[in-house]
Design a protein around this ligand. Structure first.
Ligand code: RB5
Length: 157
């Protein structure tokens, strides 16, 4: 599959490791930057990655910032994005299997390269169950998105 990767300057030190981990699992990388350690704003990179998933340029995303927090918050504002910070391998695969997580957020100031590699592998090798109680719960989340956008629409009338 094609995996979009994006980071701010806080996540930049871990980006090369993540790109390598994605490629070593046989996946294609869509590298959305940043491309240097120069300071940038994480919402801009969360947006690039979210839009790449929304328009089908990538099926999954990996987003890096210093803690993983800011990037995760920003990404989850975009419909269709199910982003989570996972710094343990159980969550990195279970989040996909049960919760339809499609963006893995990592904090480059929190974890090291070896754990990052294992988290990327767990995330990319997992598949969403898409049935039974898991699908019912995920559908309820999708309805939050739909209802929220309807509320905003009507308040603009
Ligand atoms: C940048 O200094 C830092 O605030 C950012 O990478 C991230 O950790 C935000 O959550």
């Amino acid at each position: 599959m094609r995996v979009a990767v994006a980071c701010d300057h806080g996540g930049y030190p871990l980006k090369a490791t993540v790109l390598e981990a994605v490629r070593s699992q046989g996946h294609e990388v869509l590298d959305l930057g940043t491309f240097s350690p120069e300071r940038v704003d994480y919402p801009d990179y969360a947006e690039k990655l979210a839009r790449a998933l929304q328009d089908g340029s990538a099926e999954r995303g990996i987003l890096l910032c210093g803690s993983g927090v800011g990037a995760c918050i920003a990404a989850n504002k975009f419909p269709g994005i199910f982003a989570a910070i996972c710094h343990d391998t159980y969550s990195a695969h279970q989040g996909v299997e049960h919760d339809a997580m499609n963006v893995l957020c990592l904090g480059a100031r929190i974890i090291g390269p070896e754990l990052a590699r294992e988290l990327v592998e767990a995330f990319l090798n997992a598949t969403y169950s898409d049935s039974g109680r898991y699908a019912v719960r995920v559908e309820k989340i999708r309805l939050f998105e739909e209802n929220f956008s309807n509320t905003r629409q009507s308040s603009n009338d």
